[in-house]
Design a binder for this molecule. Structure first.
Ligand SMILES: NC(=O)c1ccc[n+]([C@@H]2O[C@H](COP(=O)([O-])OP(=O)(O)OC[C@H]3O[C@@H](n4cnc5c(N)ncnc54)[C@H](O)[C@@H]3O)[C@@H](O)[C@H]2O)c1
Ligand SMILES: [Zn+2]
Length: 375
């Protein structure tokens, strides 16, 4: 037998996140200055297409940059291998080569599918995330995760593929419906809860403007808010490479939140369900003596300011939640893992240093019943 050890040089990757209100109107000149390829495939969905993708495509062509739009039906149901295949076949038929680049213009669904296409097309082509939902701007466009759903589960087939650049235009959030606008903000305040008290203070100071989505200071303030938010998410993802599993803290509120989302038959949105999950995690942390009542109340207050109920719907029982949570792939020995806070901005560490706590089902059941009864 012969054996050779091969050193693979992985170059550190760096990319820009450009945040500017109105940026989409200037993207053509930006791409002239900093091209990603010779030709652009703009991947989008049917709602975002007339709003932003078509106008962007026109402005690129007017600037002499070859571009073409590919729009699939909006919604999570399109996040499939079939959509990926349709996109790949379309790009191949239209002669897109290795020198092309992809622009993912839309929410998290578009970003995840287009990013995955970019990861595998011709063994990988550069792509830009151009997120147009709150969730995509605060969460899914940063971190390099791309995926599609399969009948066996969500996000099970995918790849890590970082964008070459992220172009974030907070102005696009003006056309978003209320549920999507506020739902995405739950993930933003979550970042404050788990990692940065000062960020949360900044958010609270500007909460009225953020909720109203208007006012002269809206645009400037949103740029600053998104910038600070990206720094936090990016820092957690970066440190995760040094400390395995730190990324887990991003799951704050998601243990019970996922259960609520599934058991509501997806009538509650992801953001609304995570708000319930955070409300419960805050209650649990207080009852277990990890944090003060004030720490719990600050979180409830912020979430209620976003119009989030935080209460477990009456139709969902503790028993059902325990069952769904124990099926979660992160549950260990039947114990669900909860990220819990010590104070705002600080996650409580378990005895072994882990940033999640394994809580016995009996305790969780009792706490859910209590939480359901507090009004
Ligand atoms: N990759 C990651 O790290 C990551 C993280 C979190 C979530 N996700 C994924 O993100 C997806 C959810 O993303 P989402 O909440 O953005 O959903 P989405 O992409 O379905 O967008 C929500 C709706 O808003 C519409 N829309 C988008 N931008 C608009 C705008 N500016 N104005 C008006 N309408 C607009 C879309 O057409 C869609 O109907 C899920 O599939 C989830 O798995 C990925
Ligand atoms: Zn989430």
């Amino acid at each position: 037998m012969k054996e050779l050890s091969v050193d693979v040089v992985v170059r550190p990757k760096e990319y820009r996140i450009v945040i500017e209100a109105g940026l989409l109107n200037n993207l053509a000149s930006e791409l002239k200055r900093n091209p990603l390829g010779k030709r652009y495939a703009i991947i989008t969905d049917t709602i975002v297409n007339p709003l932003y993708a078509e106008p962007l495509c026109r402005s690129l062509r007017e600037a002499g940059i070859p571009a073409q739009v590919y729009a699939f039906a909006h919604g999570e149901a399109s996040k499939t291998r079939q959509t990926k295949e349709w996109l790949e076949n379309s790009l191949l038929d239209d002669g897109f080569g290795r020198d092309s680049a992809i622009l993912a213009v839309g929410g998290g669904v578009v970003g995840d599918v287009a990013g995955f296409v970019a990861a595998t097309y011709m063994r990988g082509v550069p792509f830009a995330q151009v997120p147009t939902t709150t969730l995509a701007q605060v969460d899914s466009s940063i971190g390099g995760k791309t995926a599609v759903d399969v009948p066996q589960g969500k996000n099970l087939i995918g790849a890590f593929h970082h964008p070459a650049v992220v172009y974030m235009d907070p102005q696009t959030l003006m056309s978003l419906d209320e549920r999507n606008y506020f739902g995405g903000l739950v993930e933003l305040v979550k970042h404050g809860f788990i990692a940065d008290e000062e960020f949360l203070a900044f958010y609270r100071q500007h909460q009225q403007t953020i909720v109203a989505r208007s006012g002269t200071e809206y645009a400037d303030m949103m740029e600053e808010l998104m910038l600070r938010n990206c720094r936090i998410k990016n820092e957690v993802v970066r440190l995760d490479e040094q400390e395995t599993n730190l990324r887990k803290i991003l799951n704050y509120g998601h243990t019970l939140g996922h259960g609520v989302e599934i058991l509501s038959d997806f009538l509650l949105s992801h953001g609304e369900s995570v708000a319930v999950g955070i409300g419960f995690a805050a209650y649990l942390a207080w009852r277990l003596g990890f944090c003060t009542r004030e720490t719990m109340e600050i979180q409830m207050d912020v979430l209620e300011g976003l119009g989030m109920p935080c209460r477990i719907p009456d139709s969902i029982t503790a028993e059902q939640l325990i069952r769904v949570m124990s099926m979660d792939k992160k549950a260990k020995d039947g114990k669900a893992e909860f990220v819990l806070l010590e104070s705002v901005g600080k996650v409580k560490r378990a005895a072994d240093g882990d940033c999640a706590q394994k809580i016995a089902p009996d305790v969780v059941r009792a706490m859910i019943d209590e939480y359901k009864n507090i009004g």
